[in-house]
Design a protein around this ligand. Structure first.
Ligand SMILES: Nc1ncnc2c1ncn2[C@@H]1O[C@H](COP(=O)(O)OP(=O)(O)OP(=O)(O)O)[C@@H](O)[C@H]1O
Ligand SMILES: [Mg+2]
Length: 191
């Protein structure tokens, strides 16, 4: 009985693997990167996502839209997620635990190409956002003294098809964005 179940499981696994192999790689593709939360990595992040997008034959405009949105989200993680307040709290936390801060804070990006839709998830483990609704209002910025214009979320919303922000003060922020790329605009341009 036991070995029969094992055999069935094995056959099932082989079938799944075979089906997986037959999938068109362009139909589903995934990547994840993690990098130090420093401004010099913003260019790397937007180029990495744009390169990942290439198989979908995006238009120059689509590439530029995605790059802008990724740039804004990564800049926010670096500037707001891991700001002085975060470091102050972090120091208090690590002092409490009697250990020194060893690693630089990171920004994480997870991308999925699903058919002709790009899903981008960008997150940090920084200070988080207390009032997401207010933060997402165009022109709202918590750092006017740094000449921020409060337009980051508005740009992400304008350049992508879908934007969702999830955040928990003290734990970090996740930005989820979607954009249909390539095929449809290519057909539109053909007409
Ligand atoms: N990852 C994040 N962690 C913590 N707070 C954030 C994060 N992203 C955004 N915020 C908060 O949301 C506000 C609005 O963000 P938005 O990107 O729209 O404007 P900004 O960054 O202040 O200005 P701009 O993007 O125009 O330079 C920020 O001022 C900040 O308070
Ligand atoms: Mg911003």
């Amino acid at each position: 009985m036991n070995s029969k179940t094992e055999e069935q499981n094995f056959i099932q696994k082989m079938r799944e693997r075979e089906a997986y192999g037959k999938r068109n790689d362009k139909e589903h593709n995934e990547m994840q990167i993690e990098f130090d939360a420093v401004s010099i990595n913003e260019a790397f992040a937007r180029t990495a996502v744009a390169s990942f997008l290439t198989p979908l034959n995006p238009t120059l405009e689509e590439i530029s839209d995605v790059k802008t949105a990724v740039s804004e989200a990564v800049t926010n993680a670096v500037i707001h997620g891991y700001d002085e307040e975060y470091f102050k709290q972090y120091r208090i936390r690590t002092e409490d635990q009697g250990e020194e801060k060893q690693t630089k804070p990171k920004v994480y990006i997870h991308c999925v190409l699903d058919g002709d839709v790009l899903h981008v998830e960008i997150w940090d483990k920084g200070k988080g956002i207390a009032n997401i609704e207010l933060a997402m209002e165009p022109l709202y910025t918590s750092k006017p003294e740094q000449d921020r214009s409060g337009m980051g979320f508005a740009f992400m919303e304008a350049f992508m098809d879908d934007l969702e922000v999830i955040s928990e003060p003290g734990y970090g922020t996740t930005v989820l964005m979607k954009k249909k790329v390539g095929v449809s605009s290519w057909i539109e341009h053909e007409e």
